[in-house]
Design a protein around this ligand. Structure first.
Ligand SMILES: *Cc1c(COP(=O)(O)O)cnc(C)c1O
Length: 367
């Protein structure tokens, strides 16, 4: 009996970088400086260059990266923010945390990402920001989104939590004058050994505001300009992230290889794979297929030793957390159908070719 194929083997991934990670941890221990020091500054500068963005501010996690960005843009009570109906709930929570209202817009079922042709009808006089998510590592269609934002005087904040290294029309997410919130949660393409997040921006004032907000509203110790938060990237995670960043492109390339093997194998089957527009270079945070009998397929794959996951089983508007918004089942039918049909196959840069072939064979057999 061969071992089961895990969904994502973080232990194997960390073991392959063991020496470098230990060296980074040792450097921090020996320096004896643990919060907001050289390591955070180094990671901020390296990640900013990686994204072709002039500024990066490290924060505690991806949710804070989103909510501090919204605060930095001045979004507050009574303001509306356009969000995808189909996303991880953190995108919505950030809007709610600053007192705003998330206004959902349906995705395109082919790319799973927010459908730009549906954004304008959701804009009201209270809309302040459009918040696209590069879901599953596939860039959202930024040009029409930016065009609508300019026409209506809105900001664009991108949720890049699943898209480190992805490219839109040849430019990395984070380039092109944009404001992007990042998560470095362990399971993301660029993941720390714990919680971590960051914001990249082309606006020096905004970067400075977010840097003040993350640190008690203070730029000079014990002098507080605004009512801030404690959401700092720590030295240890920053040092770890500098190591992980060195490996990101190689690991994204391996994800691309696995994704093209999957796409090729499922071409003439009843498995619907993701559509990749010609302007998109995704980094395959997840490989999400659709199937009309999803739960049966997942169960059969489990019986064959193939782990799968569902991203996500319940859309944000149908979560108890958002029951007060009064968005009934059926109000976002495209998202709801996706949530019934999507299934994420194993996607892990440390997967062997043998395991990729096993996933393909089992999926074709069970579908
Ligand atoms: C992971 C994730 C977040 C939240 O990041 P955390 O670091 O877990 O707070 C936000 N948005 C999306 C799309 C995510 O996948």
């Amino acid at each position: 009996m061969v071992a089961a194929v895990p969904f994502l083997n973080l232990k194997l991934g960390a073991a392959s970088q063991r020496e470098e990670l230990l060296n980074a941890a040792e450097r921090v221990i020996d320096a004896g400086w643990f919060v907001l020091g050289k390591e955070v500054a180094a990671f901020e500068s390296e990640f900013a260059s990686y994204c072709l963005a002039p500024h990066c501010v490290g924060v505690g996690n991806g949710l804070d990266a989103l909510s501090l960005s919204l605060r930095g843009l001045g979004v507050g009570a009574g303001d509306e923010v356009i969000v995808p109906a189909n996303t991880y709930i953190a995108t919505w929570l950030a809007v709610s945390h600053v007192g705003g209202t998330p206004v959902p817009v349906e995705p395109s079922p082919e790319t799973y990402n927010i459908d730009p042709t549906r954004i304008e009808e959701a804009i009201t006089e209270r809309t302040r920001v459009i918040l696209p998510v590069h879901l599953y590592g596939q860039p959202a269609d930024l040009d029409p989104i930016k065009h609508i934002a300019t026409q209506h005087g809105l900001h664009v904040l991108e949720d890049g939590a699943q898209a480190h290294g992805a490219r839109y029309r040849g430019s990395p997410i984070g380039a092109n004058g944009s404001l992007v919130a990042w998560s470095f949660y362990p399971g993301k393409n660029l993941g720390a050994l714990g919680d971590a997040g960051g914001v990249t921006t082309h606006d020096a004032d905004l970067a400075n505001n977010i840097a003040i907000l993350r640190n008690y509203g203070s730029s000079i110790k014990y002098h507080n300009d605004v009512i801030g938060f404690n959401s700092r990237l720590d030295e240890l995670q920053a040092a770890i992230l500098c190591v992980k960043l060195q490996h990101l492109d190689g690991q994204n390339d391996r994800r691309r290889e696995i994704a093209s093997a999957y796409l090729k194998a499922f071409e003439d089957s009843n498995i619907v794979g993701p559509t990749v527009p010609d302007w998109a270079d995704p980094v395959w945070h997840l490989f999400v297929i659709r199937h009309h009998d999803r739960d049966r397929l997942a169960n059969q794959l489990r019986a064959e030793g193939i782990a799968t996951m569902i991203h996500y089983p319940v859309p944000p508007h149908l979560q108890p957390a958002y029951k007060d918004a009064g968005l009934k089942p059926g109000s976002f039918p495209i998202s709801e159908k996706l949530h019934r049909e999507v299934l994420s196959l194993p996607m892990d840069p440390s997967m062997s070719d043998f395991d990729v072939e096993r996933v393909i064979a089992a999926t074709l057999r069970c579908a």
